[in-house]
Design a protein around this ligand. Structure first.
Ligand code: FAS
Ligand code: PHB
Length: 415
């Protein structure tokens, strides 16, 4: 069957669904093609921390009501070093900013429901998606569904199909440049219907390895421990995982920790990855299709949202005003923000994890930097302003413009 829309969106993760919803609010048609089933998409357990900018985009998309009812605003988090805890007071250090704890799973469900309420063209189980004529003015997408072949003509294609998707692979290798760092460990995550051990998140640097205490609600906890690459989930029964969490998070957290059966348990590899450019002809990449961060800095989902915010704004400018400057500069502006989040996620991972090849000097460097942070309000502010999220646009709180550095400091007078 032959169909037509203004923007073809590949992938129904947070990036694809949020873009589709933001375009709808602006009166722009799109169609979302998702490879997996709705049940599979809605069952994924992933991110949990939202920057204020992400919350703002969800409000703009008209799907933030449940988030504001059920989400947990957080004004700080703790860092533990071999059992000693220190609180980073984000709210005070950033002039009143905070983050919202609300699971990516819930965001996906809220977005899918919004699509289904309005009868939006959101097609699950669309297979063999292929992108065509990206260099021309009439791109199109082909796919198979319900044992039939389909063609979707469009003006633009948004590649929101994640790290393993078809979109980035459609950019000629001669055009695409990628940058990658694979970490020598993974995160074993557990979800359990038990109250969290603290009202805020705890990031722990322990001799046995990193651990994170997070949550989804006052009655549902999310925990992670660093595990070696190639670890087998079968070697981590719940009892071993709870014992290791208690050890790595320290006595105070261990005493408050409520144990219970895992309702989800999985191991995720960690990598830093960026593909440049995030645009090729009529194709625009957003989210994990273009970049991956280690989850330490809670940036993956938030970067996907900020890409989508920039791309939606650019498409609205094109369709409403016939202006293409924002489309032309999308890749550079998105990448400027992506690389800053990549740096922060890489740095925070290096500070809190146990690297197999780390010698005693390296461990002493980790401890010295953590102690410096514990003692220096300036160092705490740097950590806090990155964690709550850097501004999306220039002029937000007088901060840096996307793609520009800090205000230039006049050269020192010759002494
Ligand atoms: P997604 O990968 O979420 O969505 C892409 C969608 O495209 C998927 O539904 C996929 O099925 C579909 N797709 C793929 N190929 C396709 C094709 N050829 N045709 C059609 N559809 C196709 N981030 C954090 O901030 N904190 C975390 O704790 C955290 N934990 C994570 C754990 C895991 C196991 C993973 C993989 C990621 C985690 N992330 C975390 C990052 C994660 O939240 C991503 O940043 C976020 O899902 C990005 O959203 P999307 O860009 O929409 O990509
Ligand atoms: C989570 O709750 O899943 C979570 C929170 C913070 C992170 C990573 C994951 O940095």
């Amino acid at each position: 069957m032959r169909q037509r829309t203004q923007v073809a969106i590949i992938g129904a993760g947070p990036a694809g669904l949020l873009l589709s919803q933001l375009l709808h609010v602006a009166g722009i048609d799109s169609m979302v093609l998702e490879r997996r089933s709705q049940g599979h998409v809605e069952s994924r357990i992933r991110a949990g921390v939202l920057e204020q900018g992400t919350v703002g985009l969800l409000e703009q998309a008209g799907i933030a009501a449940r988030l504001h009812r059920e989400g947990l605003p957080h004004q700080g988090f703790r860092i533990a070093l071999n059992g000693e805890h220190f609180r980073i007071d984000m709210h005070r250090l950033t002039g009143g900013k905070s983050v919202m704890v609300y699971g990516q799973t819930e965001i996906t469900r809220d977005l899918i429901q919004a699509h289904q309420v309005r009868g939006a063209p959101l097609l699950f189980e669309a297979e063999q998606v292929a992108l065509h004529d990206l260099d021309g003015s009439r791109p199109f997408v082909t796919y198979r569904r319900d044992d039939a072949s389909h063609r979707l003509d469009c003006d633009y294609i948004a590649g929101c199909d994640g790290y393993h998707g078809a979109s980035r692979a459609s950019i000629p290798p001669s055009v695409l440049r990628s940058f990658e760092r694979i970490y020598p460990f993974g995160w074993l995550g557990i979800l359990a219907d038990v109250p969290p051990c603290d009202h805020e998140l705890i990031y722990s640097n322990h001799a046995n390895g990193f651990a994170l205490a997070s949550m989804r609600s006052p009655t549902r906890s999310r925990y992670y421990v660093q595990v070696p690459l190639g670890e087998d989930l079968k070697d981590w029964p719940d009892t071993r995982l709870w014992d290791e969490l208690a050890l790595r998070l320290g006595r105070g957290a261990a005493n408050r920790m409520v144990r219970g059966p895992s309702i989800e348990k999985s191991i995720a590899p960690l990598r830093s990855f960026v593909a440049e450019p995030m645009r090729h002809g009529r194709l625009f990449l957003a989210g994990d299709a273009a970049h991956i961060v280690p989850p330490t800095g809670a940036k993956g989902l938030n970067l996907a949202a900020s890409d989508v915010g920039l791309l939606a704004e650019a498409l609205v400018s094109h369709y409403h005003d016939g202006a293409d400057h924002l489309l032309e500069t999308y890749s550079a502006r998105a990448l400027a923000r992506v690389w800053k989040a990549e740096r922060f996620s890489w740095w925070f991972t290096g500070l809190t994890h146990r690297f197999p090849d780390m010698d005693d000097f390296g461990r002493r460097m980790q401890r010295a930097e953590l102690r410096y942070i514990f003692e220096s309000p300036a160092a705490q502010r740097v950590l806090a302003e990155n964690y709550v999220g850097l501004p999306l646009h220039s002029g937000d709180d007088g901060a840096w413009a996307i793609g520009e550095g800090p205000p230039t400091v006049p050269p020192m007078a010759a002494s």
